[in-house]
Design a protein around this ligand. Sequence first.
Ligand SMILES: [Zn+2]
Length: 89
Amino acid sequence: MQQFEHFKASELYCPRCHQSQPVRERLLLVLPHAELYEYRCTVCAASLGSREVTAPPLAAARPPRRIPSPHPARGQPPARPGPPRGLLR
Ligand SMILES: [Zn+2]
């Protein structure tokens, strides 16, 4: 599988270069739920920041949620108070 670098559009201010520099995104760490990327100055290789990329929104963003039905299920009688047990002897 071939891995393409993301487009390097972003620039960050580099304190070493005292100006904005294009940054390179490097995969720093792979977590179970996310990937940690690090931004490095392409000129002096100073670490300028990191970014945590979580799993794609399709998988993790919203857990499946049941929509409550507007009316209760049919065929089930409403809960009625039964006769107290143990008192009819
Ligand atoms: Zn720099």
